[in-house]
Write a protein that binds this ligand. Structure first.
Ligand SMILES: [Zn+2]
Length: 216
């Protein structure tokens, strides 16, 4: 069994995602964070995550660090993990997922303030819903829960953990006035889920602002 792993591969993938999200305009003012689960044999390292307060436009893979199962840096690393690391760690434990991406797009920030907690946003009838793992038709409904924002990240993680949908597929959530969290079984899947949600949020924003275009 191959029990080696190359941390730089994961760091490079996260740097690519961070730079890509910045180019999309989804990572203003050093915000947002990105992580990926590491192999079991990397223990005590549990996941790789972007460090705190770094501009994402030219994000350097050297600004990625490994944290353990409770979000503490390993191997004596002095980089400061994202302030929201505990939300990532919670999602790995609660959802058994492989990668977590968090963005601050305009559409996510705006729409997150218009939906009440628990009800969240509901998407149906869009072809792009098929970009979510396990969805094979536009004729379905995907819920994006909305939770109140907080600077108390441990309390926020505990609050969300008990309220995430468990009986239906769930691919992400919004924090009110803050941004979007999405996840997937690996970075490529999480990236695809992020693109789907951002597209759907833009559609929802357009429809709320202008309605559907009139038939020509
Ligand atoms: Zn954030």
């Amino acid at each position: 069994m191959d029990d080696t792993y190359d941390f730089k591969v994961f760091a490079d993938q996260l740097a690519d995602i961070a730079q890509w999200a910045s180019r999309k305009g989804w990572a203003p003012a050093t915000s947002t964070n990105y992580s990926v689960r590491l192999p079991e044999h990397a223990a005590p390292a549990f996941c790789a995550i972007t460090s705190s307060g770094v501009d994402k436009e030219g994000f350097d893979p050297a600004q990625v660090l490994a944290v353990d199962r409770i979000g503490v840096p390993v191997n004596g690393c002095t980089l400061k993990p994202s302030a929201e690391t505990l939300l990532h760690v919670m999602l790995y434990h609660a959802m058994g997922t492989g990668a977590v991406l968090h963005t601050h797009s305009l559409a996510a920030a705006l729409l997150s303030r218009s939906a009440g907690e628990c009800d969240g946003l509901k998407f149906s009838g869009w072809e792009l819903l098929k970009g979510f793992d396990g969805v094979e038709t536009h004729d379905c409904e995907v819920v994006l829960p909305v939770f109140p924002n907080s600077q108390d990240i441990p309390a926020l993680a505990a609050h969300i953990e008990t309220r995430l949908p468990r009986t239906q597929p769930c691919y992400g959530f919004l924090l009110a006035g803050h941004g979007l969290y999405v996840w997937g079984k690996d970075i490529a899947t999480a990236k695809r889920h992020l693109e789907v949600f951002e597209f759907l949020l833009q559609c929802e924003r357009e429809v709320r602002s202008h309605g559907y275009p009139a038939n020509a």
